[in-house]
Design a protein around this ligand. Structure first.
Ligand code: NAP
Length: 296
């Protein structure tokens, strides 16, 4: 088997490479079908997914059985001011990958986001709920989903949220850093969602890739919380004395409005390969223990 991982320097891409190399995720071993698999990791410097000719040539030459697209412009505020760049990375790039995958009859797993939803729900969004993104990031990811679905028959679209991995920047590392520098911080308590371990997500992507259950999936940590709850747990389990004070989004406005409620339910996973996603607290505690003090 040959796998192509795009965006391989990022949080999720890196996690996939590690798991495929070691044969194990934190949840458990991956399928023996991956033993001896050839894995090609590419990022901006080796394959810009927004370059259609480069994508087609690369995919034709390497002829992977499975492409997992982890490349994206994930800077939500940056997307708001750089529309074209956001659309290139999050919508057109996935389309080029989908067209190339279709041509060689490969499977494509494309990763998307909770930001495709309006974020004004009160119960977890299911896969059949209608997206209505409010941000440029969300709009670009939603367009990317549609392109992928239309261009590639063997495609999986997997939405996740509040992601953290061992490599790269994320909320957990930011909190740990602030926890070492400050006596107290303020974090919004009126936005709720699902913290998700990139390691757990990668494990499930590899499970899906071995099936033909194409379609839309949600894959997030089990259980929901607010950013405030998330920060409190990070400080507590990360051994930081820093006090966390709750505030509202109105008291702490961000450049780009964040969804108030974007919890996702992993229903399609449950009904196909099984939902082994861990409770967000359990996954976070292991992550913090493994990370030690390394917040680079
Ligand atoms: N992070 C989250 O909280 C979150 C939440 C929900 C969904 N997601 C989705 O989950 C997936 C993985 O996210 P992540 O956190 O692992 O992202 P990440 O850490 O930001 O990694 C994305 C990688 O893709 C690269 N990239 C950007 N544009 C590219 C292009 N045109 N061609 C090739 N590579 C390109 C980035 O390079 P540069 O760093 O040089 O730009 C980076 O190395 C994405 O689809 C994201 O939308 C993430």
């Amino acid at each position: 088997m040959k796998l192509l991982i795009t965006g391989s320097y990022g949080q999720l891409g890196n996690e996939l490479l590690t798991i495929l190399k070691t044969g194990r995720a934190e949840i458990g071993p991956i399928d023996p079908a991956y033993q001896g698999a050839e894995v090609i990791g590419v990022d901006m410097d080796t394959l810009d997914i927004a370059d259609p000719d480069a994508v087609q040539a690369f995919v034709e030459k390497e002829h992977p059985d499975v492409i997992i697209n982890c490349a994206a412009m994930t800077n939500v505020d940056g997307c708001e001011t750089m529309h074209v760049a956001a659309m290139k990375a999050n919508a057109f790039g996935p389309r080029y990958l989908a067209m190339a995958a279709e041509q060689i009859d490969a499977k494509l797993i494309h990763v998307s986001t909770d930001y495709v939803f309006a974020g004004d729900g009160t119960t977890p969004y299911c896969e059949w709920d209608t997206p209505a993104p409010n941000t440029v990031y969300g709009k670009s990811k939603w367009l990317g989903e549609q392109y992928v679905r239309n261009a590639c028959k063997k495609s999986f679209i997997v939405r996740t949220s509040w992601l953290y991995g061992y490599v790269g920047k994320n909320f957990v590392k930011t909190m740990l850093k602030l926890g070492s520098e400050k006596e107290q911080i303020t974090v919004v308590s009126d936005q709720r969602g699902n913290p998700t371990s990139a390691n757990d997500l990668a494990y499930h992507l590899l499970k899906l890739a071995l099936t033909e259950h194409y379609g839309v999936y949600h894959c997030t940590g089990e259980g929901e919380c607010s950013w405030y709850d998330f920060a409190c747990r990070i400080m507590e389990k990360g051994g930081k004395a820093c006090r966390v004070n709750p505030c509202t989004s109105a008291e702490y406005p961000s450049k780009t409005p964040r969804p108030a409620y974007s919890s996702l339910r992993n229903l399609a996973l449950e009904s196909t390969v099984g939902n082994e996603m861990r409770d967000w607290k359990e996954a976070l505690d292991m992550y913090l223990a493994n990370l030690g003090g390394n917040v680079q």
